[in-house]
Design a protein around this ligand. Sequence first.
Ligand code: CA
Ligand code: CA
Length: 558
Amino acid sequence: MKKVFTLMLGITSYVGTASATVYYVDALGGSSTGTGQTWATAVKNIEQAQVLADGNAGTDDIYVKGGTLSFPGSSLVIRATNDVNVYGSFKGIDGETPATRPMMDVDGDGIIEPWEFEYPTIICSTNPNNAVSLAATIFDGFTITHVGTKTTGVMTSIVGVAGATFQNNIIKNSLVNITINGTSVYDGILIKAIGTFKNCLIEKNTVNAIVAFSTGGADKYFAPIMGITGGSTVTGCVFRNNKGIIDCSGSSAGATSSVKGVIVNLYGAATGSTYFTNSLVYNNEVVYIPGTATGVTTTLTSGCIVGTSGLGSTLSSNYILNCTIANNKTTNCANGGVFLYNNNAIVNYFENNALWNNQLGGVVKNLAINSNVTTGRVGYNVMNKGNNGTYTVAATLNNIFDLNITNVDSVTSPRFKMPTTLIGCNRVTGSADSISIAQADWRLNSATSYLIGKGIVTTNLIDKAGKTFATSPTVGAYEYDASISAVIPVNQNVSTIAYLNNRKIISYQTGNLQIYNLSGLAIWNGTVEKDQKIAMPSGCYILRLNSSREICTQKIIL
Ligand SMILES: [Ca+2]
Ligand SMILES: [Ca+2]
């Protein structure tokens, strides 16, 4: 049994104002006429609680018990008419506070992440428009799924608000279809990150953007999964197993060259600097489907997983700091992992990031920098080969390109604790890859990780786990922490590597396998997937498997 650690994820204040009244919501047991001031007198929905809070001067809190709140053909709107903080995922016991909501390791990765509540409050919307519109000061502890289709106009599933914090939430299993027409401009279809988005999980969402320009020349900005607007911050978030599809097969004309980061894009603007920090982006996928009409490109010319661009004409900065971006995949795009761009006076700072095995059409492409990026700094990033683009940034320095693509047995190995092997998405529930994505652990497993100490001091001083970065910071989302690396010890001679079936060796685990004969001579060496069959002559062999979890050996007679 793995030992479970709770991470300190930043400092979160749960202290309300002195005059705050708490209003309680219980979707199952609440009443439509309750006063809402205890669990016993709870109201049924958040809208009722807002009406009550509106009648009470000052900021109030709304606590919502675990359960499902359905919005068939409608959306949850937190209004700005009176200030409220809205917290979900309570067990519903007297005296419970946001800080004492029960937590558990839902995905079994050995970490209790700040969105892993034992009694989740689930919001399901099938609105053909927004699912959640926020004007709350704090919106915390919800699991949101949006299934919606819109054929004209702008749609964003989740819209933040300046000055507010959206934290400890999960956005998953959404399926959003939207038709992009020549008059629509978008900067975030699933999520428009305005304000602060902190410690959230965004997984298994699909956005299908159907480009249907009726006139030529339309060239629209949109980020299918998340657009981060100027002056906003996204930190401590995990993006995994999301899929962004841009379908130009039915487009009569037009291009999509303004589309940059399909999973995450930073749109700087006059409202201040934009930050994307301490986040994990892995096993996401971008698919561009080209069309045959005039002006429709055969590739998404700026398409990538994470990108930058600008919507404002005033000088501002985009910061991407200490992110781990790994095993993502693009198809029919010009780029793979990250593409940096500068339009409308954007200054790009791309520092201390670990880029690992991001692929375009099966070829590693981690980073591309457009030639118009001449200011800021692109430096102190570590990646395996696959960089492309023109390096004209004035302060491009100290990037390292020889990070090993395997995770073990190399000086230049990242030594991630439990990385995935799949590139791109896997949506088959219960499949080995799907479980692997959910349980991946991108912390560092060893003091010899090649990522340690390769960074530069930036404004980002705390890692995703709440640990202070070292004087020479580790690259990626996590500073190295010796106490955490010992959670899963190297396991010698315990686990079963393989079993026999029909005179073949069947691998039981995924990892790097070496097969030796009894003379100690290595006669087979390679990466194996679970259930892979290996045919060998009859004999006696020693198997040695090196996986992300352990190193183990096994004797086998065939
Ligand atoms: Ca109030
Ligand atoms: Ca977990």
